[in-house]
Design a protein around this ligand. Sequence first.
Ligand code: PAF
Length: 280
Amino acid sequence: MQVVSNLVDLRSALAEVKAQGKTVAFVPTMGNLHHGHLSLIKKAREHADFVVASIFVNPTQFGENEDIDNYPKTLEADKKHLIEDGCNLLYLPNATIMYPEPDLTRVQVNRITKLHCGASRPGHFTGVATIVLKLFNQVQPDVAIFGLKDFQQFRVIEMMVENLFLPIKIVGVNTGRAEDGLAHSSRNNYLTANEREIAPTLYATLQKAAEDIRAGKDSFDQIIRHAKEALHNAGMTPDYFNISRQIDLEPAEENDKHLVILAAAFLGKARLIDNITVEL
Ligand code: PAF
């Protein structure tokens, strides 16, 4: 695996790849790679001849109270995993490369970015859309791969790509889970042993809500209330638990058919997020 940390080297490596007529798949990450990320690399290999991953802990997607400095950095282990999973090139830019002065431009996707995680983390998705567009412009991939655990992020990026006519195919990969249902996430590292036992309640509660929607007996409001109670009773503090339309993540009406239930909950130092789609 080739490792490059500046734009000149990135462009020259990719020019060679493209001159050979190869297609490029891109997996942007913030490092601290786990099973979930590695399934993104595997999916990337199915979609293109050459796989590029990036690691950049993007400051503009962290809020003032969010501790970017303590974001786990595990570069050597990440490199090892990427090599094992068949990544061809790792791009490791720094903040000066990604946000050169004067740093005046942000990418603002409206409406969808204000809901769910966007309501609790103002500005977060502007940071995400900005860095993803910058990385897309640098790497110029044919395909980019994102995990569906961050369903809202996935839809924000899809909308940005659609609205700006970017010639990039966006592919989502289903959430990887531990046997007890807990979604793979860097945030699981913050859980104590006791919290780790409680954490699968989040997905179990989403599954129960999905069953209740399919059964059609209770109103969405009742289902949401019961779900929040279940999270509280397990020792979690729900941030939000919302039943939404997949298309724009606005609140679902009882006659909508393509739904996604999105949830975030605090458990100790971790804020866990997860979701489940429901087709009626
Ligand atoms: O999902 C992530 O790890 C980040 O939000 C991303 C897409 C790499 C942008 O910094």
